[in-house]
Structure formats: C-alpha cells, structure tokens
Design a protein around this ligand. Structure first.
Ligand SMILES: O=C(O)CCC(=O)C(=O)O
Ligand SMILES: [Fe+2]
Length: 503
C-alpha cells in the first residue's frame, strides 16, 4: 500500500507540474493560490519576481517535483533495506544449522531437539531402477572390478549381486562375530507385550473387539493367531491344543465367543505355554546374533563392506554412516525366522528408533525405520535356509490372504515352498531391497507391504547371514534434525545424552 500510494503521489505531482508550465506567466487563481501556499505571498506582487519564484525558488513546482522524487527514492530504498535485512537473517539461520552445526546452542531445546529450524527439502534420495524382473545391470563397487546386479522382483524392488563379498571377507565377518559372542535373537517369554497390555488397561471386551477384525462376534483361528503371535508362533494346530488345554472352546466349534475369550486371558495363555514348555521352534525367530561396528577404527573388511554399500545404494555416506551397525546372524540346524517386515509402517504418531533423540515430542509408538535391507550370505547352506518373499510381485496383496485354509504363508517352517520367491543362500552373494516406497517427491513414502520376507528352516548344517540396514526417517524434518544433532561437537552431544538419561 505504501508504494502504491507513493506511485500515485508521483503521478499526481507530475500532473500539477505540467499544468503549471502551461500557465506560467499568466496571473491566475491557481498560480497565486500555490504561491501563497508556498510562502510566495509575502513577496511583493511583481511579475518578474513571481516568474523567478515559479521557476527557481524553493517554492517552484519543479522544485516540489524534485523533492517528491527524492522522497520516493528514499522511501523505496528504506523498504528494500528492510526486505534485505529480513531475508538475509533468515538465510543465516539456515546456514548456521547446516554448515556450522552446534554453533547456535540456543536453538537446542531441553529434549535435545531443535524447535524452530525448518529444514529445506533440497535433496532427493536416489533409488536404483529395477527395469524388469531378470534385468542385469553392471555396477562398479570397488575400483577395477564390476559386479552384475540382477533384478529379482519389482514389488518389492529387490536385487541380487553375486560375489559381493569374497570368501575371505565372509570368513573374517563370521570370525569377528564369534569373537564378540552371539546372543539369542529372541527370548522365550515376551514380557514387553504383556506390559503393554497392562499399561493400556484394556478390558477383555475391548481386546475382543480389537481382535474381531470382521466384527462377526466370534474369533476365528486367523484372528487369534495374528494377535497373539507377538513372540510365540502360533499355528492352527497349537491353537487347538491351547483351547483344549484351557478348556476355552466349550462348544468345540473352533471359534471363540466373548464368553469363551474371557477364559483365554493373556495371563492364562502365557502360563499355559510356560507349563507346556515353549520350544525354540515355536518362536518367531530361532537364531543367535551380534552387532559389528563399521565406523572409524573398525576392521578394514567391515569398513570396506560399508563403502561398497554406499556405492551400491548411491546414498549419501552420512546416512549409511549413521545407520545401524552390521548384524551378523547364525542359524543352527532347525533355525528359522518367520515372515516379517524389517521396518514398521508409517503413522503420524510413530517415531523411528534411530531418530528418537531428535523427535520433538515423545511418541507412544516406536519402530525401526529401515529404508533398505542389504542381506549378505556368509556361507552356502547345506539344506534349506532360503530367504522367502511370500508375496513378491503378487498382483494383489491382501493381508487376510496370508493365512487361508490352515495354510499360513508366513510360516517359514512349513510353507516356504508356497512363497512367490525364494533366494538360495550362496556364500558371498548379497541381496538388497527397499522396505519403503518413494513418496514421489524424492523422499521415503509408505511401507512396501510386498517386502514381507523370512528365513526358511535350515534342514542341514548352519546358516550365517549379515544384515546392513540403512535407516532413514520418513519424516524429513526428523531425519535432518537427527543428522544435525549427531554431527555436533562431542561435548554438546554428551550434554544432550545426559539430559535424556535423567529425564
Ligand atoms: O535369514 C534370512 O534369510 C533372512 C533374515 C532376515 O530377514 C532378518 O534377519 O531380518
Ligand atoms: Fe528380515
């Protein structure tokens, strides 16, 4: 508005100026009025002095015009200066947060997160193209050597790279893992599940309603299996045994009414399983594992593998550096890992485990956000142990269809042969896939439901694999804040960690 009225002002004053030129020398009311207004009325009425006054003195129209022009130029300069100051201070904010991390401590709040900074999304995550199933592309991962990468499926986007690791490298990784010691991948009783149920304080009716997916007032086997499967792997057969043991299914129709369900409280369930003795084969995962750090100072083989993963995925090194360490897994004969996702789904109220430190709020749910899984086979397995992708490249995917007519596609002890895709473990081969789709704007989108997979039961010998998970938060701001936070000087990081421990 200010500049509009100024422009208007210029237009009006130039109109007055041209009008005064036409009337110069002719005594008239307009001239004399203006002369009066500008102080010329005090001069004696002399046409010569009046002409002089009109043309050269400080009360002339041209002088007025000049002053107005200067005034507007001045005004425009002031406005431009204000704009400059405003925008340049905004840019400073950004450059502080990106280029000189940790220099502006005032913006780190007590939860260790920067509360004001909005990171500009000026970066697109690269994604390897699959082209079509069976397509082979050459990739250069180490100087002087090229690998062949074959597309195994498009849903999920899945690739296989033979000879990614040399025999020696496989040997070193297995030895380092053994040196460090492997722990059980899954404990026998899932206490956290029970605790969560207690914490939520749900009544049996509420739980029944949650489980009754088709809302028919009865619980079918599939509805109970998917709900209680958090830890112990239930099959329709074990479920029948449990119902019989707890005398839960009074009328013996294989379905549970609300009344029958009350007898099958979580406690009773767990107690029954404890009495029976849960076998390792009844767990979701039957293996042992350990973690190997791959950063500075780590064994050269481990650092080399990380570098090759950077080349393979074409992701910024910082993202790979800040991801989980290498997980080395050993399955004994009889070992397995039932169908699962390596990453959780993305909901607004879910936080990623790796960026939790940088989350602005404390969120009730936490999940692993593993954008990519790179799975290395460290040995060739004598029997079984394939990695199964039950729904890879399915035309449709419907979770309910995973368990049908007592056939559970997630059961890698029984039904691996029914999986759409199986990869045979071969020493040195790597497979990698995306657990998330793209959001179409260069960042992480929805979880890819087709990325469901599992490790089939090892029928002969042992199986060694390693997982390199690349963690990226689907929430760009959280990922950026996290990267900013961990790249701050050590003393500041300790301060933040201590705050978290104490809170
Ligand atoms: O052992 C396999 O083949 C798969 C392992 C796996 O899916 C995992 O460790 O998350
Ligand atoms: Fe997995």
């Amino acid at each position: 508005t200010a500049s509009a009225s100024s422009a208007d002002g210029i237009r009006r004053s130039s109109h007055i100026a041209s009008g005064s030129n036409k009337m110069t020398g002719t005594p008239g009311s307009q001239d004399s009025e203006e002369a009066k207004a500008s102080g010329c009325a005090t001069l004696p009425h002399n046409p010569q002095t009046e002409r002089l006054c009109n043309k050269t003195s400080i009360c002339s129209r041209s002088y007025f015009l000049l002053v107005m022009v200067f005034f507007h130029v001045y005004l425009i300069n002031v406005i431009a200066l204000l704009f400059y100051v405003h925008y340049s201070s905004g840019q400073d904010d950004d450059s502080l947060s990106h280029d000189a991390p940790g220099t502006d401590h005032s913006r780190i709040n007590s939860r260790g997160a920067s509360s004001k900074v909005e990171y500009q999304r000026d970066f697109s995550l690269p994604r390897v193209e699959g082209i079509r199933v069976g397509h082979v592309q050459k990739v250069s991962l180490t100087p002087g050597k090229s690998h062949h990468m074959r597309t195994l499926s498009l849903k999920p986007l899945l690739f296989e790279i033979p000879e990614f690791l040399s025999e020696d490298e496989c040997h070193v990784v297995m030895q380092l893992a053994q040196l460090k010691g492997l722990m059980e991948s899954q404990l026998m009783i899932q206490e956290d599940h029970e605790e969560l149920v207690k914490e939520l304080n749900l009544s049996p009716e509420e739980i029944f309603n949650l489980l009754d997916i088709n809302q028919d007032g009865q619980l079918q086997h599939t509805e109970v299996i998917s709900a209680f499967r958090d830890g112990i792997w239930l099959t329709p057969d074990t479920l029948r045994e449990i119902y019989a043991g707890l005398k839960a299914d009074k009328n013996g129709d294989g379905l549970l009414s609300l009344e029958e369900f009350r007898l099958l409280s979580n406690d009773a369930f767990q107690r029954f399983l404890q009495q029976q003795g849960v076998k390792r084969s009844q767990l979701v995962r039957n293996s042992r594992h350990t973690w190997l750090y791959q950063g500075e100072g780590a064994h050269k083989v481990l650092q080399d593998i990380k570098e090759r993963v950077i080349q393979l995925t074409r992701l910024p090194p910082a993202i790979v550096d800040l991801s989980e360490p290498l997980q080395v897994v050993r399955y004994e004969e009889g070992g397995h890992y039932h169908g699962h996702h390596d990453s959780g789904p993305v909901y607004p109220e879910t936080a990623c485990t790796h960026t939790r430190l940088a989350a602005n709020t404390s969120t009730p749910f936490e999940t692993s956000c593993r954008y990519i899984t790179v799975l290395f086979y460290l040995n060739s397995v004598e029997g079984g142990g394939e990695t199964a992708f039950p729904v890879a490249d399915n035309r449709t995917y419907d979770e309910v269809c995973l368990i049908q007519n007592d056939v559970d596609l997630l059961d890698t002890r029984k039904n691996c042969d029914k999986s759409n895709l199986r990869v045979t473990p071969t020493k040195g081969t790597a497979v990698f896939w995306y657990n998330y789709l793209s959001d179409g704007k260069g960042w992480v989108g929805e979880q890819d439901e087709y990325a469901l997979h599992g490790g089939c039961v090892v029928t002969h010998g042992t199986k060694w694999v390693a997982n390199k998970w690349i963690n990226i938060d689907p929430d760009y701001q959280r990922q950026a804040r996290y990267q900013q936070l961990v790249s701050q000087p050590q003393d500041k990081n300790n301060e933040i960690k201590n705050q978290n421990v104490c809170n």
